[in-house]
Design a protein around this ligand. Structure first.
Ligand code: ZN
Length: 251
């Protein structure tokens, strides 16, 4: 699906909500405070957290553009979960039971990729979005730059934000370790926007990003949310307690 007509010059991009309504609401409030109205989610609305229905409904109510994540498709039975670890598998089976038909239907209708003139949005990788491969090394990044034509690609999946820059003339890659990046119009970028609902970069705050096309910047931001309430809900739901514990550590 092509988005160009529908987006303003400031876009909020985030990923991996994973049923964490407290984190999602904190991020949506942060976008409201910044005046960012056009939002795109790079997948995994559900899985792990105690509020899969509420998170899907929030995304629908706010008209947030979405791509499908592996946990979203797994909830639909479209992804083989034998390779999921035991905790992820238990959470997934719980989520599958909990999701209302209308919300399953919504997840089923999400595409594997969205694109605008200058950006591609996927969950895992532009090379084969349906394979859910991780981009971990610079070698992975280099291969993936060959699989999208736009200047930028946004993704999630690993729950760890990163920015990789490609200088096309020299074919050199570099990682940019800054929260606010001034984008060079000549260069191309891979952005992992981290995770709203289950960060794994050692920072337990909810992670999200803002692309400002007027200023030519990409900013990765964090916001506090009520981690304890999310943990209580996970335990009450009978989901694995490890899923509550990890939220406090951001790991
Ligand atoms: Zn995820």
């Amino acid at each position: 699906m092509h988005l160009e007509q529908q987006l303003s010059n400031r876009i909020g991009v985030f990923s991996d909500i994973h049923g964490n309504l407290h984190a999602l609401d904190a991020v949506l409030s942060a976008y409201d405070a910044l005046g960012v109205k056009d939002l795109i989610c790079c997948g995994d609305i559900v899985g792990y957290g105690a509020f899969p229905n509420e998170c899907v409904e929030r995304v629908r109510e706010r008209n947030i553009f979405c791509v499908a994540g592996n946990h979203d498709f797994a909830a639909l039975g479209l992804v083989d979960i034998t390779y999921f670890n035991l905790i992820a598998k238990r959470a997934l089976l719980w989520t599958r039971e909990a999701l209302l038909p209308k919300n399953l239907e919504f997840l089923k209708n999400q595409p594997l990729a969205l694109d605008s003139d200058d950006a591609l949005f996927v969950h895992a990788s532009p090379r084969m979005p349906e394979q859910w491969n991780y981009i971990i090394t610079m070698g992975d990044a280099r291969i993936n730059f060959r699989h999208f034509s736009q200047r930028m690609c946004f993704l999630g999946h690993s729950h760890t934000p990163f920015i990789v820059q490609l200088v096309p003339e020299e074919e050199t890659l570099s990682c940019i370790d800054r929260q606010l990046v001034q984008l060079d119009p000549q260069n191309r970028y891979l952005f992992n926007v981290g995770s709203v609902g289950q960060p794994r970069d050692g920072n337990p705050d909810a992670c999200f990003s803002v692309l400002d096309r007027d200023k030519g910047t990409l900013e990765v931001l964090h916001t506090r949310y009520d981690i304890e309430a999310a943990q209580v809900a996970i335990r009450h739901a009978g989901l694995p307690t490890e899923l509550a514990e990890r939220l406090a550590m951001g790991m």
